[in-house]
Design a protein around this ligand. Structure first.
Ligand SMILES: *Cc1c(COP(=O)(O)O)cnc(C)c1O
Length: 392
């Protein structure tokens, strides 16, 4: 017996699925230096342009002066400090829910919430395009696990008929690789009718969506009744790091008692919470960021349609260009790169086989002129890429 890692890696390469980490040699933003080359990038999730904002940086600096740099212990021991608590209260106010619990990452928030709420004898129903952390959480929980058709309330309904025990319906708010938004009113109706709970992971909705940046639930005007478990992450539009679960007093107390990824880990640095408090303030009050972003999204979609690119049904900052074949997606991404444009190719297993795409993301830090440069690059490179080989 041996671990034939070389063979596994070679197979991965042969399938055009080998992954590499580009080295970012500048702060995050539209203009970056990657692997020694200056590039105009359309691939980060810093949707409101807050990751490198001077006021957020200053809040972090001041927080470090006052609170030091390390959390020092888990929340239940002696790592839950005043800035963490203040951030939970500010996020409760943003979400209009009684309480919020801060986690160190979105991955852990999802593992923690799902595994604390359902286990053996229960049921977890997930959209088949959910983020990997939600799928992993469902499998880890030990509950009966089933996936319904993408954003399909009828498919959910038929699975709810067969559900046993406590039933948790789990969905992305904005789908991370497609950019479309979950039909939360319909999903909530189905869940409520069967006494199930709906959990929404709105990692990509908080910030860009909702009149005040409150994400999908604000967009649809849904309350805690409809979405009892609401997850947000802080590494995207908030521009910092971490995540949170918002809900009732009882939900949060349950997570504090039973969510192992909450209990058995060191709290995030308190200075980070200070930075997030500042970015939350900017996210809520600076409406121009959302408005500018929406106008860039319209500009991009209009231009891309004229080029004949296949876009997806998305009005969010995630604007994928469907390519299909993984090799072609990688080639197009490389051609853009040679022109100084960075757009990531997303391949299986992150997306279903045969649906490789370029995942364009727009942010409030981009300018109209930069989006124009992207469109010109896409027009040229797409033409050079040529028609899809017919391998039928
Ligand atoms: C990014 C993301 C996560 C993970 O959040 P991290 O804080 O980066 O761990 C979870 N869910 C969705 C939908 C995401 O896009």
């Amino acid at each position: 017996m041996s671990f034939d890692l070389a063979a596994r890696l070679a197979a991965r390469r042969a399938e055009n699925l080998y992954r590499q980490r580009p080295l970012l040699e500048s702060p995050q933003g539209p203009e970056v230096v990657v692997d020694g080359k200056p590039l105009l990038a359309f691939c980060n999730n810093d949707y409101l342009g807050l990751a490198n904002h001077p006021q957020v940086i200053e809040a972090w600096r001041a927080g470090a002066e006052k609170w030091g740099v390390g959390g020092g212990a888990s929340h239940l021991v002696i790592g839950h400090s005043t800035p963490h608590h203040a951030l939970e209260e500010a996020l409760a106010d943003l979400t209009g829910r009684p309480r919020v619990l801060l986690f160190t990452t979105g991955y852990m928030a999802n593992l923690g919430a799902v595994t604390a709420l359902v286990g053996q004898g229960d049921t977890v129903l997930e959209d088949r395009l959910n983020h990997a952390s939600l799928l992993d959480a469902g499998l880890l929980s030990g509950a009966r696990f089933s996936r319904y058709l993408h954003n399909d309330a009828a498919s959910l309904s038929s699975r709810l008929e067969k559900a046993t025990g406590n039933t948790l319906v789990v969905t992305d708010g904005v789908f991370s690789m497609d950019g479309d938004i979950a039909d939360l009113p319909a999903l909530a109706r189905e869940a409520k009718a069967k006494g199930a709970w709906l959990m929404v992971d709105d990692a990509h909705g908080f910030g860009p969506l909702g009149a005040n940046g409150g994400g999908c639930v604000e967009h649809f005007g849904l309350g805690m009744d409809d979405v009892p478990v609401l997850v947000g992450t802080l590494g995207k539009a908030f521009g910092t790091a971490g995540a949170f679960v918002a809900g009732s007093e009882e939900l949060i107390e349950t997570l504090i008692q039973f969510a192992r990824p909450y209990i058995y880990t060191t709290s995030q640095p308190p200075a980070l919470a200070c930075a997030t408090l500042k970015s939350l303030e900017l996210l809520r009050s600076e409406h121009w960021r959302r408005e500018h972003l929406q106008s860039l999204i319209r500009q991009f979609r209009h231009g891309a349609e004229q080029i004949g690119l296949e876009l997806m049904d998305s009005f969010t900052p995630i604007q994928p260009i469907m390519i299909g074949d993984a090799g072609r997606a990688v080639r197009l991404s490389q051609m853009l790169r040679e022109r100084g444009l960075m757009v990531t190719a997303i391949r299986p297993p992150t997306v279903p086989a045969g649906s490789a795409r370029l995942r364009v993301t727009l942010t409030a830090a981009h300018s109209e002129a930069q989006v124009q440069l992207l469109l010109e690059g896409l027009a040229d490179c797409f033409k050079q890429l040529g028609p899809e080989p017919n391998d039928a």
